[in-house]
Design a binder for this molecule. Sequence first.
Ligand code: AMP
Length: 281
Amino acid sequence: MKVINVIAELKEIVTSLKKQGKTIGFVPTMGYFHEGHLTLMRTAAEKTDYVVASIFVNPLQFGAGEDFEEYPRDLERDISLADSTGVKLVFTPGTAEMYPTGYATFVEVGQLTDKLCGGSRPGHFRGVATVVTKLFNIVNPDIAFFGQKDAQQALVLKKMAEDLNINVEIEIVPIVREPDGLAMSSRNKYLSSEERKSALVLSKALSLAQALIKSGARNTVELKREIINFISREPAARIDYVDILSFPGLKEIENINGQVIVALAVFIAGTRLIDNVILEV
Ligand code: AMP
């Protein structure tokens, strides 16, 4: 497996692979791999000839006071894990390689970005869309793989690729969870063992929503109230948002009818965690 941190070198490799008729799979990440990332990589390896994974903690998608500096990093471990999944190349650019002095171009998706994480993290999706556009131009993948864990991100990037006529297929991979239900996340590393238990409130709240909807609840205001009450009983939890929106349109709805997403962002002590489920009635 190759490890490359220079854009020009990666472009040269990709050009030669394309000439040989190879299909390229791409898994963009911020590193500190867990089974969620590795599942994306294995899926990519099944579906394409040559898989590139990138590791780049993108400063542009972090707001002031967020955890850019503390974000967990372990490049050596990540490289050996990626190697075990069938990834052929890991791209690990430095910040100056991606955003050299004088960098001045940004990508903004004008729909789907005002709710959920876009609402509570202003500028976040501008950072994500910008870096992913650059990565798509560098890697030129046939298929790019993203996790349902970041459901809104996947929708925003699909819209971006469509609007900008980027020749890439975007494939969404289901959420990988710990055996007790906690959605895997690099940020779970921040949790103490007590907080780790408290963090189960997210997946439990989604199970509650699912059960209520299954038993006939349809009014989103009432459902949100039940979910908020449930989460509020966990002392370590502070809600950032709880929302139920149409899916994939992310529109406000009064009553559930068709496909919806129930999405949560909850701080457990200082750690902001997200989770979601997509349901159809
Ligand atoms: P990150 O490194 O957190 O930016 O994530 C990189 C990619 O992995 C994104 O497409 C995420 O949606 C995906 N991902 C993160 N956690 C999970 C998970 N638990 N299950 C599936 N995909 C995930």
